[in-house]
Write a protein that binds this ligand. Structure first.
Ligand code: SF4
Length: 434
């Protein structure tokens, strides 16, 4: 790298940014809290998607103190649809640390900022440079791509050592007194011009000295070893439709306090066997019943029945809850970084909940077989309660739901935060029954 090329890059890029920068809601002022929220939301999410979420979030939680005090459910609800929900939880935990340690004000102190929950080197650099104009680099995937191309760097950007060297390079390029604008300029160039698949070299402000372009390597840089592809997993979900006093309602449950999608709400679901391709189901219109864009694999009627059996038995075993699946309703997909859920949804009738203390594998198996044979779960409950094979104390009617379950109607959707896939499925269900 020549000094001339580096100086040219910093100068031209800064000038271009100052003339061409987009008007974005987080650029209204240099409030570090506003910048922090925007940077967290923008991780793995496009600007256009983030804008409405950001505006709603800032209306609701305009300060670190407001976010710190809010019930977690409200924060997750506001984040619903953005995905990567641990970001929202960490942001709130970080806001609570700001209130507890720094009187509610994000400090102008790199060490203190980087010590906040969920704040890594990139977010630290973004806050310190954009809010306080400190000469700290903010290097994410976009910036690594731009610098790898401009300086024709062929090191694997998936390696931590490459990130460290690019951070040093980025820091060395920051013009005096313009850290905030320069870091945003790099991000803006990566977002608008030097894009991943089609770099717009002809309109690029730093084209004249771009070594990657001159070497004809702009399309192959940056070098990045591929991460393992996400593992596919079939999930069998129950769309349990209420009757009686729960007519028109659907059964949902809350996920555990930790792990994937912690404390979010969802349809009850279990791990299923991989779908077997084969004869078509004969559903009236499978295309119409496909949900949320997932590629539909024809599944035989036999395989569908097998999935319903697995769903019914697994919920009985895991939750001591008896349902009777009545038919396939649709399917949807949820992509995590390491996992893809292929969610197969079955409508079901609610049977009952076995008394957890009294329910043994044996009583559950007996009740389950009865539930599978009967026309409706409530009828089964009545039969079972009158049989000597199972004492009435061993079963509870529908009101004895486990504490993490709720019956909800469409009017309750606002009270619960759902991962995208279940949000879409529930919305589509309410539309079909309207
Ligand atoms: S000239 Fe092309 S490859 Fe080089 S920085 Fe600009 S857009 Fe990227």
């Amino acid at each position: 790298m020549t000094t001339e090329a580096a100086e040219y890059f910093s100068r031209e890029l800064l000038g271009w940014y100052r003339e061409n920068k987009r008007i974005l809601p987080w650029r209204m002022n240099r409030d570090p809290y506003r910048i922090w929220v925007s940077e967290v939301m923008l991780q793995q999410t496009r600007v256009d998607t983030v804008i409405p979420y950001y505006e709603r979030f800032m209306d609701k939680f305009p300060t670190a103190a407001a976010l710190a005090e809010a019930p977690e459910e409200e924060v997750l609800k506001c984040w619903e649809g953005l995905g990567y929900y641990s970001r929202a939880r960490n942001l709130q935990a970080g806001a609570q640390e700001v209130v507890g340690r720094h009187d509610g004000v994000v400090p102008d102190d790199k060490e203190a900022v980087s010590a906040l929950r969920g704040v890594g080197p990139y977010t630290t650099g973004a806050i310190m440079s954009i809010a306080f104009n400190r000469p700290e680099p903010a290097v994410d995937g976009n910036v690594m791509r731009v610098l790898s191309r401009y300086f024709c760097l062929e090191d694997d950007i998936a390696k931590p050592s490459t990130r460290v060297s690019i951070e040093k390079l980025a820091a060395s390029l920051i013009p005096e007194g313009a850290a905030g604008d320069f870091n945003q300029a790099l991000m803006e160039l990566g977002a608008l011009v030097c894009t991943p698949k089609s770099p717009g070299c002809l309109t690029c402000p730093v084209m004249a000295h771009c070594e990657g372009r001159m070497a004809g390597k702009e399309h192959i840089l940056p070098i990045k070893t591929k991460a393992k592809p996400p593992r596919p997993e079939v999930r069998l979900a129950a769309l349990v439709v209420g009757t009686g006093e729960h007519a028109g309602q659907i059964l949902i449950r809350q996920r555990p306090d930790s792990g994937l999608l912690a404390r979010m709400w969802e349809l009850p679901h279990v791990t299923g066997p991989a779908a077997e391709a084969g004869e078509s189901t004969g559903d009236a219109n499978p295309k119409k019943r496909r949900r949320s864009g997932v590629k539909s694999v024809p599944v035989s009627q036999l395989a569908r029945e097998g999935q319903m059996d697995v769903l019914c038995r697994a919920l009985a075993k895991e939750e001591k809850m008896l349902i009777r699946p009545t038919g396939w309703w649709g399917e949807a997909e949820h992509v995590f970084s390491h996992l893809i859920w292929d969610v197969q949804v079955y409508t079901a009738e609610f049977g009952f909940v076995l008394d957890e203390a009294a329910a043994t594998e044996e009583t559950a198996a007996v009740a389950l077989d009865r539930a599978a044979e009967a026309q409706a779960g409530y009828a089964v409950l009545h039969d079972i309660q009158n049989e000597s094979t199972m004492a009435s104390s061993q079963v509870k009617p529908g009101e004895g739901l486990p504490p993490h379950y709720r019956w909800i109607g469409p009017e309750h959707m606002m009270n619960y935060a759902f991962p995208n896939v279940f949000l879409r499925l529930l919305r589509e269900y309410w539309e079909t029954v309207d």
